[in-house]
Design a binder for this molecule. Structure first.
Ligand SMILES: [Fe+2]
Ligand SMILES: [Fe+2]
Length: 295
C-alpha cells in the first residue's frame, strides 16, 4: 500500500516538477514511512481504545459477523437450523434498521449471535430436529426450562468467547420477559383453572431497550413464524407480520424502547417486502407433459 503511494507520488512529481532534485527529496518519503508504521498500529490501537472507552467499533462488528469465525462456524456445524435462522433474521433486521435510522451493522451482528445458546442443546429446538423430538420425554415445565435456558447459555457462551456487551444485549433481550408460549399453552390446556408456580414458563429478560434490540426481537419472531405458514401469498405474509408485531406491542415489549409507531410501521413494511422476495422463488416447475401440451 505504502509502495503504491510512493510510486504514485514519484510519478506525479516527475510529471509536474520542474526541478528533478525535488523528486528525490527524502524528507517527503520519510513521511510515507511514518504513515505506514502508524497504519501498522491501527488495529492494536483500536483494541486499546475500545477497552479503555468501552465502545465497540464497526470494524470489530464486521469481524464478528464473519461466519467463518470459530464460534459461528461451530454453530453452523452443531446447530445448522439455528445458524440458517440467524442468517435470515440478520438480513431482515439489518434491512429494517437501515430504514428507521438504527445501527444496521450492530443489528446484523447481534442477530447472528442472538441464539448461540441453542448450541448447548441443539436438538431441543425444532429447526435442528431431524425426526426425533426429545421433548416427548419431558414434562411441559421441563421442556420450557430447557428452551428458556438458551438465553442464559448464550450470555455465558458470549462471555466465555469475549463477545462485546453490546452483542450480549441482543442475546438477553431477544425474548424479553415473554413466555415460552408453546409449552405454556399446552400446560394451561391441562390445567385450565391454575397458574404455574413461579416463573417456570417466563424468560428472564430484560425487554429490549434500544431501537436495535427491538428490531431484532421483531425480526426473530417474524422469521420463526414465517417458516410454519401453509401458503406464501402477499396476504398471508402481510397478516403474519401484522399479527406477530401487534401482539408484541400489546404485550408491552417495546415500552422501554425509543422506537416510534412510525418506525414500527416501516419495519413491518420492510419485513413484508423481504419475506415476499424470499418466498417468491418457491414456484413449482411444470411437468414435461405440461410443456409439451403448450408447445
Ligand atoms: Fe431465541
Ligand atoms: Fe431466534
Amino acid at each position: 500500500m505504502m509502495l503504491a503511494y510512493v510510486l504514485f507520488f514519484f510519478a506525479f512529481k516527475l510529471i509536474k516538477g520542474n526541478d528533478i532534485s525535488s523528486v528525490f527529496d527524502l524528507n517527503i518519503y520519510s513521511c510515507f514511512v511514518i504513515n505506514a508504521l502508524l497504519l501498522l498500529f491501527t488495529y492494536p490501537l483500536l483494541f486499546v481504545l475500545e477497552k479503555v472507552f468501552g465502545f465497540t467499533s464497526n470494524i470489530t462488528l464486521v469481524e464478528l459477523s464473519n461466519t467463518n469465525n470459530r464460534l459461528l462456524r461451530k454453530m453452523s456445524e452443531e446447530a445448522p437450523g439455528t445458524f440458517q435462522h440467524s442468517i435470515q433474521v440478520a438480513n431482515l433486521a439489518a434491512a429494517a434498521a437501515i430504514h428507521i435510522g438504527a445501527k444496521s451493522q450492530l443489528v446484523r451482528t447481534g442477530a447472528l449471535y442472538h441464539d448461540i445458546g441453542k448450541m448447548e442443546n441443539p436438538v431441543f429446538f425444532t429447526e435442528n430436529q431431524g425426526g426425533f423430538n426429545p421433548h416427548s420425554t419431558l414434562s411441559y415445565e421441563q421442556s420450557a426450562q430447557v428452551v428458556i435456558s438458551h438465553v442464559a447459555d448464550g450470555v455465558r457462551l458470549a462471555e466465555k468467547n469475549n463477545i462485546p456487551h453490546v452483542i450480549k444485549d441482543f442475546i438477553s433481550t431477544h425474548h424479553g420477559k415473554g413466555k415460552a408460549k408453546y409449552f405454556y399453552i399446552l400446560w394451561k390446556n391441562e390445567h385450565p383453572d391454575e397458574e404455574p408456580a413461579g416463573e417456570l414458563f417466563v424468560y428472564p429478560g430484560p425487554n429490549p431497550f434500544s431501537k436495535e434490540t427491538a428490531v431484532l426481537m421483531m425480526a426473530d419472531a417474524v422469521e420463526a413464524a414465517s417458516r410454519s405458514l401453509s401458503e406464501y401469498t402477499e396476504e398471508s405474509i402481510g397478516n403474519l407480520v401484522e399479527k406477530i408485531i401487534d401482539l408484541q406491542m400489546q404485550e408491552g415489549f417495546f415500552k422501554e424502547c425509543p422506537i416510534t409507531f412510525k418506525d414500527i410501521s416501516i419495519v413491518k413494511t420492510v419485513f413484508k417486502e423481504k419475506l415476499k422476495t424470499i418466498y417468491h422463488t418457491r414456484i413449482s416447475y411444470p411437468e414435461p407433459n405440461d410443456i409439451a401440451n403448450k408447445v
